[in-house]
Every structure is written in structure tokens, then in C-alpha cells.
Design a protein around this ligand. Structure first.
Ligand code: SF4
Length: 499
């Protein structure tokens, strides 16, 4: 039974961050490590703010947690200091709470009933509670190796080792199938490894989870392009012959570009991933990054998560200036409860830790052109004020210039972080006879099966670029479908359905 007055006695308190000067001197996660007793007490107090609502919007309905995380249940367990049971209940619905606790923008918090009223002290700090339960579970050995006691004798290939592929692999291995995860990169983790900066997710957190999957029996093959023909590749013919089912979890990494903007081909204008991947490789010890912001005026186009990742990376690399451009107007700083009394995803200004570390954000602007020097390198960007309008009939958005004024900013490095257009073109899809939908993703039926029998899809490859929590939810759901395909029925959970 929750404490019904907890939220009246305690204000929301987010995890404290390390001082900016300190975190700019390294790549470690931005949050301050508290003494364990103090941390557990603080998080217990935060968990005590949960009211255990009759209808917990945080994990039900369209706005809450797609995994159906049992939030009020583990909030109460943490309040009572039962961290072992809290860890068990958290892992009952979420394979990797240490990832969601660090990376998910927490639709659960936006949906929390306490977010409705400004007088309620703010939503329960669900993300903080979640990541602490996950960390405590690892520290105290509550995360164990779960070995299947049955063997189906069926073989499953999972293509891609991001969160969707890893969730599917863990579920299917535990269900008794022989699972091999193929990764084309030299290290495992997909976006978690090379897309997310170390200051948001230290890779030791990923590595300890991968060690658990290995110990449970999941096999991994790196440096293997499935469907390719180069060294180490696995042909489609062998894939089909050697595996009873295939799960495509290849992500949606085709970066959106601005090819029509004059000057796009100048040196120094790059897609965001061209900056983030080598920066993350450098953190792994692979030598200096190929695109370094040190001593440069950096312009980041795009106001979302990826843009913020570039922002924090550029600041740490020693950029002379960092400016992030957003074509949308600056949202309000806090929720306007007169817009809607119900818990919904709020249209409020999202500020990332990186935004405290220097630099500037500009809103309602778009690049009109990139200006180059005599050597063909970008030297500035020309901006126009814009507004985004939406055609009420088609829903298509258009960016319309406002006024005539043009502003010019110095730029030695421009990073395009304006989203992703879908799955990269790869021989595997052609080899399997699959084509991409108009959204650039791989279509599937209600059983997650693509047009090619025995081949399933999940995560960003199916949904388009989305949240880590959706990737894990889809990975768990596709595991249910594959298990049913191989054995006739499945007891594995399926928290979401294909969209
Ligand atoms: Fe607790 Fe908020 Fe969920 Fe209600 S909506 S159960 S207060 S976390």
C-alpha cells in the first residue's frame, strides 16, 4: 500500500549532476554518484511520492510506458526498502532497465497523474527510481544468469545488436531456442555503442549486460554483414538454410539530409552520425576521431536527442562555439494545465544536460544556405526565421520563411541532426525479397512477420527511429511471435502490437 500523502510531504528531486567544469573534463556519465546509503534513502523518498493510482496512467493507456512497467508496484517496494523484489518486478517487464533509466525521455513521467497540477510538486521521478533499481540490482547481485531448462532444437538469427535485437535475443534464448546475433560492426550494441555518447551511457553498462546474455547462451558474431558478399559475410542462402527464423533488428539509420540547400556539398557539412560514431569509437580507444570540433564554430541543425548528443560531444571536444538550430518555436518552459487537464506527452521545452554545458539554442530558424571559402570548406551559414505550418487536410508540414531578414553565423563544422528517413539500403533486404514501405521501414503483419515467411522485423527497422523503450518493447513482442511460429504457441510477453 503506497503512502497516500507522500507527494504532499516531498517535492520531486531529480538526480544531481556533476559540476559542468568537472564533466567537461571527461566523458563519464553526467550524474553525480552519491554514497550508496544516501542514494538509496533519497530514491526511496522519491518513490514514496507515488500514490499507487487506481488507473496508473504511467504504465497504461496510449501515453504511458509501452513496456507496461509495473511502476506503482516497484515504487512501493523501493519505498519499503525491498530492492531485491523491486529489481525482480522491474526485470519482469523490461530486459534492460539500465538503458531505459538512462536514455528514455520517460513518457511515463509525462503521463504521471502528479504531473497534472503545478501544486503536486511534479511527476514522480520514475526514471531516477528505475535506473537506481537497475544499478542496485547489479551492485548486489540480483541480476543473475537465467539459463533455459528446455531446448527447442530450433535456430534463430537476429540481425542487429541494438536494444530491439538484444531484447528479442534474450527472450528467445531463455525460451530454449538457439539464438545467434549478427552485428556488422566490430563491437556489439548498435546505436547504444556508437550512437549514444559515453556521457549518457557508459559502455561498461552495456558490456555487463552483454556478458549476461552470453552467459545465458546467446551467441554473437561481430563484423558480419548478413546478406553481403565481403569477407566474414553470411549469405542470404546460408541464412535461410541454417536458421529456422530470422529477426531483422537492423535499425533505421538512413539520416535525413538537406540536399536541396545551397552549399550542402561543402567540406565540413556532415550527418550527425558521421560525427557521433567516430567520437564514440575514440572513447572506446580506437584513436583520434575523424571529425573533431576542437577550435571550431559548430552549428547543429535539429533540436532533438541526436542534436543534443552532438552538442555535448562538440563541447567536450573543445569547440569554439556551439549553436543548435530548431525550426520550431521555443516551447513553454513548463506545462500549461489549462491546455488539457489529463496526463499527456507535454509540449514543453526539453532541456538536455548538454545544454547546461555552454553553447546556444536558436528557435524558429532554418538554414537558407551554407557559405564556403575559396577551398570549398564551409565558413558560415545563412539563417532565416521560419514558421512550421501543417496542411489540415494532409497533415503534411511545411517550413515557411517569415520576413526577409537573413542572419549569418560563422561555421567550420555543420552537423545535420534532423532525423532519420528509415532503414539503410542493404543487400540483405533485396536478398530476402523485401522492399521498404513509403516510410522507409520494413512492413509486417500483426504477427510481426514480413512478406518473407519466417522473417520477422522489430524496433526502428519496423517503427522508424524511436525511443529505446519502444525498441525493447518490440523486441519482446517479436520474440513472442517467433516462439509461437517455431513451437505453435508462446507464453512470452508481448507488450505491444505492430503499428
Ligand atoms: Fe504513481 Fe504517477 Fe503512476 Fe500514479 S501515475 S501510479 S502517482 S507513478
Amino acid at each position: 500500500m503506497a503512502d497516500p500523502k507522500g507527494f504532499l510531504n516531498h517535492q520531486r528531486a531529480d538526480a544531481a549532476k556533476r559540476p559542468v567544469e568537472e564533466r567537461l573534463g571527461d566523458w563519464r556519465e553526467v550524474y553525480r554518484e552519491l554514497p550508496l546509503v544516501e542514494r538509496d534513502r533519497e530514491v526511496g523518498t522519491q518513490a514514496s511520492r507515488c500514490m499507487d493510482c487506481g488507473i496508473p496512467f504511467c504504465h497504461s493507456g496510449s501515453a504511458g510506458c509501452p513496456l507496461g512497467n509495473l511502476i506503482p508496484e516497484w515504487n512501493d517496494l523501493v519505498r519499503r526498502g525491498d530492492w531485491a523484489m523491486a529489481g525482480e518486478r522491474l526485470h519482469a517487464t523490461n530486459n534492460f532497465p539500465e538503458f531505459t533509466g538512462r536514455l528514455c525521455p520517460a513518457p511515463c513521467e509525462a503521463a504521471c497523474v502528479l504531473a497534472i497540477s503545478p501544486d503536486a510538486g511534479g511527476a514522480v521521478a520514475i526514471k531516477r527510481v528505475e535506473s537506481t533499481i537497475a544499478d542496485v540490482s547489479w551492485e548486489r547481485g540480483y541480476v543473475t544468469t537465467v539459463r533455459s531448462t528446455v531446448s527447442s532444437g530450433r535456430r534463430v538469427a537476429v540481425v542487429g545488436s541494438g536494444p530491439a535485437g538484444l531484447a528479442a535475443a534474450q527472450q528467445l534464448t531463455r525460451a530454449g531456442h538457439e539464438v545467434t546475433v549478427f552485428e556488422r560492426d566490430d563491437r556489439l550494441g548498435g546505436l547504444l555503442r556508437y550512437g549514444i555518447p559515453e556521457f549518457k551511457l557508459e559502455k561498461k553498462v552495456l558490456d555487463r549486460r552483454l556478458a549476461q546474455l552470453r552467459a545465458e547462451g546467446t551467441r554473437f558474431v561481430t563484423g558480419c554483414e548478413v546478406g553481403g558478399t565481403g569477407p566474414g559475410a553470411l549469405s542470404v542462402e546460408r541464412l535461410r538454410a541454417e536458421y529456422d527464423a530470422v529477426v531483422l533488428a537492423v535499425g533505421a539509420l538512413r539520416g535525413r539530409d538537406v540536399s536541396d540547400v545551397p552549399g550542402r556539398s561543402l567540406h565540413g557539412v556532415h550527418l550527425a552520425m558521421d560525427h557521433l560514431v567516430p567520437a564514440n569509437r575514440a572513447c572506446e580507444g580506437d584513436g583520434p576521431t575523424s571529425i573533431d570540433a576542437r577550435g571550431k564554430h559548430v552549428i547543429i541543425i535539429g533540436g532533438g536527442d541526436t542534436g543534443a548528443d552532438c552538442y555535448g560531444t562538440a563541447v567536450r571536444q573543445g569547440a569554439l562555439s556551439v549553436t543548435q538550430l530548431d525550426q520550431y518555436p521555443m516551447p513553454p518552459q513548463s506545462r500549461d494545465s489549462t491546455r488539457s487537464p489529463w496526463p499527456v506527452w507535454p509540449w514543453i521545452l526539453r532541456t538536455y544536460a548538454a545544454h547546461e554545458e555552454g553553447g546556444e539554442r536558436l528557435f524558429a530558424v532554418a538554414v537558407e544556405s551554407f557559405v564556403g571559402d575559396a577551398n570549398g570548406a564551409v565558413k558560415s551559414v545563412r539563417l532565416r526565421e521560419v514558421k512550421v505550418s501543417k496542411d489540415p487536410a494532409t497533415g503534411v508540414r511545411a517550413v515557411v520563411p517569415v520576413g526577409e531578414q537573413v542572419r549569418e553565423l560563422p561555421a567550420d563544422l555543420v552537423l545535420l541532426a534532423i532525423g532519420f528517413e528509415g532503414v539503410e539500403h542493404m543487400p540483405l533486404l533485396e536478398g530476402l525479397g523485401l522492399t521498404l514501405s513509403p516510410r522507409g521501414t520494413v512492413a509486417c503483419g500483426q504477427d510481426w512477420q514480413t512478406a518473407t515467411p519466417g522473417t520477422f522485423v522489430c524496433g526502428d527497422a519496423h517503427r522508424g527511429a524511436s525511443l529505446v523503450v519502444w525498441a525493447i518493447a518490440e523486441g519482446r513482442s517479436v520474440a513472442n511471435a517467433v516462439d509461437a511460429y517455431l513451437t505453435g504457441a508462446s507464453d512470452l510477453p508481448a507488450p505491444v502490437r505492430p503499428n
